[in-house]
Design a protein around this ligand. Structure first.
Ligand code: GLV
Ligand code: MN
Ligand code: MN
Ligand code: MN
Length: 412
């Protein structure tokens, strides 16, 4: 590494990542830290304790987003934000989200160690419910903060056990007193694992993220009729699962028609009352499509619902489809992206420009704050998987780039 001689501590970063990974650790080496669960509370408490030990002031907003502030020299300057999320998928990995938060902590600690007072204040953020796996809306905390969902809408979302976001926030004591709305900020930087195979395939140490792809998410319910498995002949069946299978195939076809850039996934599917000898009467599932080109997602949003309705109607069942959200492709801020590019080049890391395939809080933050992201490679491109893995030197490289980009912005 060349660049400045101001270094973050890669060993300390790794130790903190491993300490966070113990909270909600799964037997297969992953993490289960579902948003607003008791385990999430432990992770949040740990994070808060670490921040306070560094002299940062922590505040929590009404949707549970946590902001840890380090003052700058100039009280008139807007803060430079950095961060990511500590919640995980039910069978998540150690690094999705945690890397950006824990690397932010390492940036703060390094600034302390190096006795650096930045011109602008710096705030490290842990966004609530990035994953969306518990309450059905990914990017929830950043979405409320950015004004994309109302707080009431978010509060009323419920998990499969009927617990609302509002109740869950109260239960873990993280419904803060600060309003969840955008405050003026100078910039936002988020370090994340790529969650895909491109950097690893090309042997690049750093991804300079120029934007994120478009996506549309749905909730689907198919209503058929429960009936006896042994006595109901084909002509009398209204099998909701068979109807769902047609939609599963449709989603796959629509994705494949778009080549290697297409994405279409049904990651959740449930027979409402599963029983071996009952024809399924109701099936609930999720659908999501993604593509780097807005026009492709617009076309899908315009055509998929009617196509799916037609296929389901042919089976004698009925489809209720609700569009949950539609996020256009989000380009990041050229001046922030350039700070990441310059830091990467100064440090001598191999790199490439890349569009994010995953959604990130940065996508919503970017609507009101100049934003950029940094990616590190991950093993076999695997994420949303307990086997998700990165190397300590990859985490260190990403964190060093984050440090330099944040410092350059805060001192400009
Ligand atoms: C968030 O994890 C996403 O689905 O991109
Ligand atoms: Mn993530
Ligand atoms: Mn994720
Ligand atoms: Mn994500």
């Amino acid at each position: 590494m060349s660049g400045t001689n101001q270094r973050i501590d890669g060993k300390r970063l790794w130790d903190s990542l491993m300490a966070m990974a113990e909270i909600g650790a799964t037997p297969k080496g992953g993490v289960k830290r579902l948003t607003l669960s008791d385990v999430d509370k432990k992770g949040r408490d740990q994070f808060k304790g670490w921040c306070e030990a560094l002299g940062l002031t922590v505040r929590v907003d009404a949707i549970g987003n946590m902001f840890a502030r380090r003052e700058g020299r100039d009280p008139k300057r807007l803060p430079v934000l950095l961060g990511s999320h500590l919640d995980s998928q039910p069978t998540g990995g150690k690094f999705d989200g945690a890397l950006g938060v824990i690397a932010g902590l390492e940036v703060m600690q390094s600034l302390n160690d190096l006795n650096i007072t930045t011109e602008a204040p710096i705030e490290l953020v842990n966004w609530t419910d990035e994953e969306g796996s518990r309450f059905g809306h990914s990017l929830m905390g950043s979405g409320v903060w950015a004004g994309i969902y109302t707080q009431d809408k978010a509060y009323n979302l419920r998990d499969v056990d009927g617990v609302s976001v509002s109740e869950a926030l109260d239960q873990i004591g993280y419904k803060g007193e600060h309003a969840a709305k955008p405050f003026p900020a100078d910039a936002y930087f988020e370090l994340h694992i790529e969650q895909g195979p491109i950097l690893e395939r090309e042997g690049k140490q750093v991804g300079i993220v120029t934007g994120a792809q478009a996506q549309v998410w749905y909730d689907a319910v198919i209503i058929g009729q429960e009936s006896h498995a042994g006595t109901t002949p084909p002509s009398a069946r209204k099998d909701a699962l068979v109807a769902a299978a047609r939609v599963v195939t449709l989603v796959d076809q629509l994705m494949r028609a778009r080549g290697e850039d297409g994405r279409g996934t049904i990651g959740f599917l449930q027979i409402a009352q599963p029983s071996r000898n009952v024809v399924p009467g109701e099936v609930r599932f999720s659908v999501e499509f993604r593509h780097p080109d807005d026009a492709e997602i617009k076309t899908l949003a315009a055509t998929f619902p009617a196509e799916a309705q037609r296929l389901v109607a042919e089976t004698g069942c009925r489809l209720e489809l609700t569009e949950l959200f539609h996020i256009p492709a989000q380009p990041f801020d050229p001046s922030c992206v350039d700070l990441v590019r310059q830091a990467t080049q100064r440090l001598g890391f191999s790199s490439r420009e890349i569009i994010s395939g995953a959604g990130h809080d940065a996508v919503y933050v970017a609507r009101s704050v100049p934003t950029a992201m940094i990616f590190t490679p991950c093993k076999d491109g695997l994420s949303h998987n307990e086997a998700e893995s990165i190397q300590p030197d990859e985490a260190e490289a990403g964190c060093q780039v984050l440090f330099e980009a944040v410092l350059a912005r805060a001192n400009r």
